[in-house]
Design a protein around this ligand. Structure first.
Ligand SMILES: [Zn+2]
Ligand SMILES: [Zn+2]
Length: 361
């Protein structure tokens, strides 16, 4: 079997033959069908987000269960599944009982399973999936069984980008009808925050980006107003003008940059909430004055992976897609065969695609 391996940060992946250790207790071997290229993969491959190398990136993945380890009860061989970096909860710990399974106190611990021909272990990068490989091994709690008629390329998108944007709105924010929403960054995650906010009754839904082409797409996903931050002399003022001088009730920052987070916070309304969704490189820091929080009683928080309740969110996203209320097809910019994985990554890094799908099996 083949996998795409990162040996050196910032260099193309090496598509090569590897071995795979069999699934242990509670683990599942999956035949990968499709893995989308996410910006978190780019951050890890470039070394901006530290990770172990050599490793196998890829985490927006769909496939079929091939083999199950001892004691697995959640899936069976042949099941079509979406793989998630966030496992479902144990169901009994404090946080699961409180309704926050993404914060489960008993997360499964996954060791690497891929090995190169020298026998070196290859760690999964950008989450415990290792999806840029023909087969991978994950915890059964990372798998969600999906309907047999769900197209596997669209299914792959759900596992990270869609779930993150959708979940930030549904699980983390508490949007009430006609609350104003601002989404910074209109990539895969941002577009999903936009379409879910629009579906939740927010108004206005303002999209901020630096590319007009992406802002046009944002309108198709439900943005009522757009601001090009590169062209606007004072983007903060532009947001105030669109919100009658108040700022936005909810600001979702999908751009992985400390400067964007600071600017997003400045664009929030008094008592408003800014939610960081994008991964910010570790070397970037940010400072606030204590008064920033006192004066307008603004909130600043984060949302990891859509604060997901996997077994609730993924079936519901699929229902909304099938009912025509959530767009998935329009998120796909291109399909690439596995041999062209580096082209798919290169094209994503240029910033003008939403999601490239790598067809693996
Ligand atoms: Zn991702
Ligand atoms: Zn738990």
């Amino acid at each position: 079997m083949n996998a795409a391996v990162c040996y050196e940060f910032g260099k193309p992946l090496s598509l090569e033959e590897v071995d795979l250790d069999p699934p242990q207790a509670g683990e599942v071997k999956v035949r990968v069908v499709a893995t989308a290229v996410c910006h978190s993969d780019l951050h890890c491959i470039s070394g901006e987000i530290p990770g172990r190398i050599p490793g196998v990136p890829g985490h927006e993945t769909s496939g079929y269960v091939d083999e199950i380890g001892e004691g697995v009860t959640l899936v069976k061989p042949g099941d079509p599944v979406i793989l998630s970096t966030t496992p479902s909860g144990c169901g009994t710990c404090y946080h699961c009982t409180m309704g926050f399974p993404h914060l489960c106190d008993n997360k499964p611990f996954l060791l690497p399973h891929h090995r190169n021909k020298k026998g070196e272990l290859l760690a999964p990068m950008a989450g415990p999936v290792g999806g840029f490989a023909e087969y991978t091994v994950v915890s059964e709690r990372q798998c969600v069984v999906i309907p047999k008629d769900m197209p596997m390329d669209k299914a792959a998108l759900i596992s990270c980008g869609v779930l993150t944007g959708y979940g930030a709105v549904v699980n983390r924010a508490d949007i009430k009808t006609l609350d104003s929403v601002l989404v910074m960054g209109t990539g895969g995650v941002g577009l999903n925050a936009i379409q879910t906010a629009a579906l939740s009754g927010a108004y206005p839904v303002i999209a901020v980006d630096i590319l007009d082409k992406k802002l046009e797409l944002a309108k198709m996903f439900g943005a009522t107003h757009t601001v090009n931050a590169a062209k606007e002399e004072d983007p903060v003022k532009a947001i105030q003008n669109l919100t009658h001088g108040r700022g936005a009730d909810f600001v979702f920052v999908t751009v992985g940059s400390a400067a964007a987070l600071k600017q997003g916070f400045t664009m929030s309304a008094p008592r408003g909430t800014t939610i960081l969704i994008g991964l910010v490189p570790v070397k970037e820091s940010i400072s606030f004055m204590a008064f920033d929080f006192l004066g307008g009683e603004r909130n600043l928080t984060g949302c990891g992976g859509g604060s997901t309740r996997l077994n609730l969110d993924i079936p519901r996203i699929i229902e909304l897609y099938n009912d025509g209320l959530l767009k998935l097809d329009e998120l796909i910019s291109g399909h690439y065969p596995f041999e062209q994985i580096n082209e798919a990554i290169e094209s994503t890094s240029k910033g003008n695609v939403i999601r490239n799908i790598v067809n693996i099996g």
